[in-house]
Write a protein that binds this ligand. Structure first.
Ligand code: COD
Ligand code: ZN
Ligand code: ZN
Length: 383
């Protein structure tokens, strides 16, 4: 029998466009072209707003391309697939992945890393995957080509992603919660479990109690840490941190000595594990230095926009400390995201507590204001 493949149409829908750095988003009608070979078009149902999206439009970030559709913490339903797609089909519930997993390259084949050849050459976490594999965009607005972002662009009602950048998840998963598994939750939780490899009975310090840091706190707890110190300059973040597993919280502003010294004094010479979830170079240095001589491990999650590196005294390392860093919490994306969604459904960790606001998509600028003012953990935008 001869099947005629359906003619796939351009979809007109709403999206938030960043026309230039440092300006509010503009919600516009965009055209989303059909998916090409090995691409998937997704109807985004919900998307979280992450600090990295704010970084990408910051005037301090030199590598941003404009105009662009940001967003990398979404969840949705497959609308159509391009030729050659076998892993998902229309109707499947999915999470777009900003780290692809092609399954074939030397990185995908090695259990030591979650990177994939497709992004192994990037210089910053967020300056890649701005076009599809054929070097063109699927988005246009007012006759102009719009860049993709991190291969996901979830600030659009419909987006197109590579087949290697999508994970099929449980049909029953609430998309307005599990979207956080697309970034913030997995990044922090994995930093504790996969990167720092927190051990039972250990003492941990988590710097920054935003969505990523709180997820790191949950990861430390899940790994069996018995003491988890949360550090933030905004004390309003402390109650939730304690609810999610922090055994104590401290504010560097309350002390007139370096926070690494304060932590060393509180912990008989330093913590076993520390995790930096801010993206501040001075805090990264403090996070390394607050770990104990002999075996302390510091895992960096944040990426700083500054043009300088972390000033590490080699003696800190000679004394037995280890400095590591992580991208997407070390999770191999296609393999792990469906399992993390199942674990959430099985109540193995909390996500709902991280969602402070759920707003209609049109209020995207309000969501960024809430984040910048320190009033939200995560705002989820729904279409
Ligand atoms: N000392 C202590 N706390 C601080 C300090 C400081 N000097 N400065 C800020 N904080 C606190 C803030 O009060 C806030 O509570 C927290 O740190 C940061 O939280 P958020 O909500 O702003 O940020 P998150 O949790 O959404 O994200 C943090 C990241 C580190 C992931 C992000 O900023 C980043 O660096 N992203 C790039 C790295 C990356 O992996 N990107 C890929 C996708 S995210
Ligand atoms: Zn993010
Ligand atoms: Zn690969």
């Amino acid at each position: 029998m001869l099947f005629k493949s359906p003619i796939m149409q351009v979809i007109k829908c709403k999206a938030a466009i960043a026309w230039e750095a440092g300006k509010p988003f503009s919600v516009e009608e965009v055209e989303v072209a059909p998916p090409k070979d090995h691409e998937v078009r997704i109807h985004i149902i919900a998307t979280g707003v992450c600090r990295t999206d704010a970084h990408a439009v910051s005037t301090h970030f030199k590598e941003g391309l404009f105009p662009v559709i940001l967003g990398h913490e979404g969840a949705g339903i497959v609308e159509s697939v391009g030729p050659g797609v076998t892993k998902v089909k229309p109707g499947d519930r999915v999470i777009p992945l900003y780290i692809p997993q092609c399954g074939k390259c030397k990185f995908c084949l090695n259990p030591k890393t979650n990177l994939c050849q497709k992004i192994s050459k990037i210089k910053t976490a967020i300056s890649d995957q701005d076009l599809m594999a054929d070097n063109t965009s699927r988005f246009t607005c007012k006759g102009k080509q719009i860049y993709h972002f991190m291969g996901t662009s979830t600030f659009s009602e419909y987006t197109v992603v590579a087949e290697t950048s999508v994970a099929k998840i449980d049909d029953a998963a609430p998309l307005d919660k599990v979207c956080l598994i697309g970034c913030g939750f997995s990044t922090g939780y994995g930093a504790a479990i996969n990167t720092a490899k927190v051990e039972p009975g250990s003492t941990c310090a988590v710097f920054g109690l935003g969505g990523v840091g709180l997820s790191a706190v949950m990861g430390c707890k899940a790994a069996g840490a018995t003491r988890i110190i949360g550090i933030d300059i905004n004390k309003d973040k402390f109650p939730k941190a304690k609810e999610l597993g922090a055994t104590e919280c401290i504010n560097p502003k309350d002390y007139n000595k370096p926070i690494q010294q304060v932590i060393a004094e509180l912990t008989n010479g330093g913590v076993d594990f520390s995790i930096e979830c801010i993206g501040n170079i001075d805090v990264m240095k403090a996070a390394l230095e607050c770990t104990t001589v002999g075996w302390g491990t510091c895992a960096i999650v944040g990426v700083a926009l500054e043009d300088r590196g972390v000033p590490v005294d080699p003696f800190q390392l000679i004394m037995g400390r280890t400095l590591k860093a992580t991208f997407f919490g070390g999770w191999k994306s296609v393999d792990s995201v469906p399992k993390l969604v199942s674990d959430y459904m099985a109540k193995k960790f909390k996500l709902d507590e991280l969602v402070t606001y759920t707003l209609p998509f049109e209020k995207i600028n309000e969501a960024f204001d809430l984040m910048k003012e320190g009033k939200s953990i995560r705002t989820v935008l729904v279409f």
